[in-house]
Design a protein around this ligand. Structure first.
Ligand SMILES: [Zn+2]
Length: 198
């Protein structure tokens, strides 16, 4: 019976391990071949290889979990300021439309005419065509005037959009879920209900 005597890293010895997988001398059971010179792998060696394999899979699993967790966290963190910036910009646009409406008695033809301070999002982030082109200054309650072209997609909550609507005699901003937005826009696009939009 032979075994490695020193606790050193030895790349030439198949039966020697250091650190977590260090083999104790009584775990090493090395048989010799019939030739008497070349040792063969025993159950202890097989066990170590199996443990190494399991450890490798565990490490890969941990890395993947941490990686996905980080991606999730970054997306969630980014969605917060994005939402606030969109709401801020929507409010600026709504204020500019409202100022124009009060001054001219009608809605502006395009948003490009308005003096809107730039932010993270430009006016291209929004769709504005329902009541544009110089629409009337007074609209039915709840009329959709503008909205985010694409829904925002937060990680932990439902998609949403900022909308600009005519409510209680003024242009105001609301934040609605994507499903609520789709309901509103489909009703507004319906010709027979166009002027009875609730
Ligand atoms: Zn938006």
């Amino acid at each position: 019976m032979i075994y490695c005597r020193k606790m050193i890293s030895c790349h030439d010895c198949r039966y020697y391990e250091v650190g977590e997988f260090a083999m104790k001398p009584n775990e090493i059971n090395i048989r010799t071949t019939s030739a008497g010179s070349e040792p063969t792998m025993t159950s202890a060696g097989t066990r170590i290889l199996k443990r190494r394999k399991n450890n490798l899979f565990r490490s890969i699993g941990i890395l993947m979990t941490v990686g996905f967790g980080l991606i999730f966290l970054i997306n969630w963190y980014r969605s917060l300021p994005q939402g606030m910036d969109c709401q801020r910009m929507t409010q600026r646009i709504a204020t500019a439309i409202e100022d124009y409406r009060i001054a001219h008695g009608k809605l502006p033809q395009i948003l490009g005419f308005l003096d809107i301070r730039k932010g993270r999002y430009s006016i291209d982030h929004y769709e504005y065509w329902f009541e544009g082109l110089g629409g009337p200054g007074t609209l039915p309650q709840g009329t959709l005037v503008g909205y985010c072209k694409k829904p925002h997609q937060p990680v932990f909550s439902d998609p949403w959009r900022s909308i600009i609507v005519f409510m209680d005699g003024a242009i105001v901003v609301r934040r609605v879920s994507e499903s609520e937005f789709q309901t509103k826009i489909s009703r507004q696009l319906s010709p027979e209900k166009y002027w009875n939009f609730p």
